[in-house]
Write a protein that binds this ligand. Sequence first.
Ligand SMILES: [Ca+2]
Ligand SMILES: [Ca+2]
Length: 483
Amino acid sequence: MSVSVFLYLARGVSGTEKGDDPAAGRRKLAGGKGRAPVWPGLRAVAWTLLAGLGGLTMTSCRSTGGSGDGTGTPPNVDLTVKPWFPPVVRQQGNSCAQQAGLYYLLTAEWNRQRGLSSRHSPASRLSPYQSYAMLADNQAAGTHVEDGWQLAGSMGVPLESEVPRGGSALMHGFDKYVRAASRKPDRWQYWPMRAAGDLPAVRKLLASGHPLACDFQIRGAKLVKLPDGRGTLVKEWGTTGPGHTMVYAGYDELVGWDFNGDGKITNDIDINGDGRVTLADWERGAFLMVNPWGPGWATGGKAWVPWRTHAQAGWPRAWEVASVTAASSDKPPRLMLKLLIQLRDRGSLIITAGTGGREATRPDRTVQPPPFRAIPLPLTHSGTPGAWEVFARTRRSGPFLASGPLAAPGGGPVELGLDVSDLEKNEGRFFLELSAAGGGALDGTLIKASVVTLDRSGRVKEEIPFTDLPARVPRSGGRWVSP
Ligand SMILES: [Ca+2]
Ligand SMILES: [Ca+2]
């Protein structure tokens, strides 16, 4: 088993990734080009992860049959009927991870917390497509939920009305970046979901209004229609190919299927013949899943996922589910870097902003705002990276930005706004450095650059321009300073 797990982990790095629109998936599976290189120490990390997963397996051996309740959670939950749960839509490209993490989960969390509806208009929902443009080298490329949340934690998330469609260009307009920067996740977590003992915590999350992200190999999955009009059930997942990120929006402990064909739906019979009764033997109990493939899939885009499939899966990401919470207040940034810039290739661009004294020639404090950052972003916990985190782009050395031109959606220079509030306390002059990571070269023009201070409601207080602009950006990078 360890060997097969390692192969899955290795595949996550070197070949296909995640997400798969049925049409785009064929291109992706055939190609797999444009992959980022494997970072050093990957093998060691993968084996460390394996050791951790081995411990999880042993824990799961202790699980027995039974209802799995005892937490006071209701027998069924359906969050899709809540006004704050966003409408089921079809993903563009292979954006499933950003759809699940940002459009579904973070929109639901943001609006539930604020008592708002997600149904009125695109201005009531968060867009997955700025993150997808930053993380995906092309529309057939998959991304990671972890990366979307990491970037959202640094930059915030624009509304669907501001970035309605997928594409490779980044959002254009400083004011949009300012608004997005106040919409951030507070924290996110990965929860074990492989044994009966894991169920109470996961049920409790759903029962308290937190939709979850899940991930399975969907290629080759078998769907069946349930009798009595209860919709579609995923009888089994595929065992090959890339993972696909989906959303859990509820559960029902009565929904089940007679998997062993004995005419009964049971949770206390050893149906897989391994001599013990574990979650893998439960025929009853399922999560209500929403697939980012949209309303044309299964029953209105939804299907039941039997709890047992988490215990059966050989795909490590199926052994955990993910939750996120929204920041409790709309806290606008206090200091933003505003750039009007055009580069032929953005993939190696590192941006460093700094401050120093009024006469300083070098900064005494600097920040590198993601995604234009050289240093990996830290995990949100002190443990070993789990299956959802270990291959994330933001865990490698940056920049984290996918390749492609740095330009506005219609071509021409793009206006960016990057949160550099960490520099706020310093008075004096500002420094800006553009550099190329990993032996890359910069090719383009910096038209305008300034540092903008904002008040507590996000309104511009002051704009301090850098001098000597516009300028051709030197191939190896350049430096500018404020007066
Ligand atoms: Ca049965
Ligand atoms: Ca068994």
